[in-house]
Design a protein around this ligand. Structure first.
Ligand code: MN
Length: 199
């Protein structure tokens, strides 16, 4: 599924939850800055670069795979954050994947717990700013990747399914330097139905 501009502009993705609905995993204050200011700024910067460029009218995913420099950074971060913010719902204590995605994780990682450990480890060992992703390759095999800065797995020919943002702006208000605690808490708010729909 591709993300197209509306009247020539990309817009903030509409969230299915209230700003305080993810608390205490992600506070309303963090949503206010991260979604309301950081993501909005990436979108504004991208929109400002489009008129008169070869990217005018292109889908977001096409811009990400075809661009470089400032356009790439802002398009990548717009796509990354759109996938990120649309994958959550209110916290649930024993939240785990079911259906096709649950079966695929069990088969390919041994168990959900083994997958969680590998995914969080990829997030905590990523030096600097970036993202940890679960994606599907062209054969449907699941793969965990670390992506630096604004990078997205579509540039490697992968289909992105789930992502945790490890830029400090994603967790510093709520967790300060405790990136691992933040990543472990995020499991409570993953909407696995959304992840399964992306398979
Ligand atoms: Mn972010």
């Amino acid at each position: 599924m591709k993300t197209h501009p509306t009247n020539g502009k990309f817009v903030l993705p509409v969230l299915s939850y209230a700003p305080d609905a993810l608390a205490p995993v992600i506070s309303a204050e963090t949503i206010g800055y991260h979604y309301g200011k950081h993501l909005q700024t990436y979108i504004n910067n991208l929109n400002a670069a489009l008129p008169g460029s070869k990217y005018e009218g292109m889908a977001l995913e096409e811009i990400v795979t075809d661009s470089e420099g400032g356009v790439y950074n802002n398009a990548g971060q717009t796509l990354n954050h759109t996938l990120y913010f649309l994958q959550f719902r209110s916290p649930k204590a024993d939240n785990r994947p079911t259906g096709r995605i649950g079966k695929a994780i069990d088969e390919q990682f041994g168990s959900f717990a083994a997958f969680q450990e590998a995914f969080v480890k990829a997030g905590t060992t990523l030096f600097g700013s970036g993202w940890v992703w679960l994606s599907a390759d062209k054969d449907g095999q699941l793969v965990i990747t670390q992506e630096k800065n604004a990078d997205n797995p579509i540039c490697k020919g992968l289909r992105p399914l789930l992502t945790f943002d490890v830029w400090e702006h994603a967790y510093y208000i709520d967790y300060q330097n405790r990136r691992q605690d933040h990543l472990n808490a995020l499991w409570q708010i993953v909407d696995w139905e959304v992840i399964e729909q992306r398979m």
